[in-house]
Design a protein around this ligand. Structure first.
Ligand code: URA
Length: 238
């Protein structure tokens, strides 16, 4: 449905409707490469290329982004000991109140999804959906075949009634593992590796479902998810 430009800008996180209308009337907004000074002009939202006061913006009804989370950031709106991952996003995305899809520890790096689509968050994080998450784990001690086997067959964690098994586990080096988990329990990788008598010294999430962290993204960088990315996420779910 076509929507007025002031409402579109408001929906994208550029401020109140009145403020957005003023931006348009002041000649600070281009739509698909052309100046538009009418706040009431109507457009379809998705795919609209905006330039707002010099900032390029791709309009979308729901925002889906991937972030290459650096170490030293908390996945919380009210961080306690480290800066928040939300500080790595531009103001319009923060205004839209995108939320992290699950959390990574402050010292974990890699693929973090953020969105303002509550249903998407539920679908990705619901234990019923069993979305595989792939972690590259660096360990303090050398990885033994017994440890890999125990992670594959199941380990007992405090507070968990039944043993928990990795969906897949392989040694990728003398002190490294690739672990695929279907759950997202608190500190799950660190606790599972501790349960087999080793210790995680670095943790990186490389993929969720069929979606791999874009190698072009440096630590702290983000980009929009493409329709292909969203399909890869759906196709990779169990
Ligand atoms: N498991 C952990 O222990 N930490 C993370 O950040 C993610 C999974």
């Amino acid at each position: 449905m076509a929507t007025t430009l002031d409402r579109i800008l408001q929906s994208q996180g550029f401020g109140t409707r009145r403020y957005c209308g003023d931006l348009v009337a002041a000649g600070l907004v281009e739509v698909n490469g052309e100046l538009c000074e009418d706040p009431g002009a109507r457009f379809e939202v998705d795919g609209l290329r905006l330039m707002v006061d010099g900032e390029e913006w791709l309009a979308c009804t729901k925002a889906y982004v991937m972030l290459n989370k650096p170490t030293g950031y908390e996945c919380s709106q009210r961080p306690r000991h480290h800066p928040s991952v939300y500080n790595l996003l531009p103001v319009p995305l923060r205004q839209r109140e995108v939320q992290a899809v699950g959390r990574l520890d402050h010292d974990t790096t890699g693929l973090l999804l953020l969105t303002d689509d509550g249903q998407f968050i539920h679908a990705q994080t619901s234990p019923k959906k069993q979305v595989p998450k792939i972690y590259e784990v660096t360990t303090f001690d050398p990885v033994t075949p017994e440890q890999v086997e125990a992670l594959r067959t199941g380990v007992k964690l405090d507070d968990e009634p039944a043993p928990i098994a990795a969906d897949a586990c392989e040694a990728t080096g003398e002190r490294s593992l690739r672990l695929t988990l279907l759950q997202g329990k608190y500190h799950q990788v660190k606790r599972m590796v501790a349960a087999v008598g080793n210790h995680v010294t670095a943790l990186h999430r490389s993929a969720i479902g069929g979606l791999v962290l874009d190698p072009a993204l440096g630590p702290g960088e983000w980009r929009w998810l493409t329709p292909e990315d969203l399909a890869a996420l759906r196709d990779g779910a169990r």
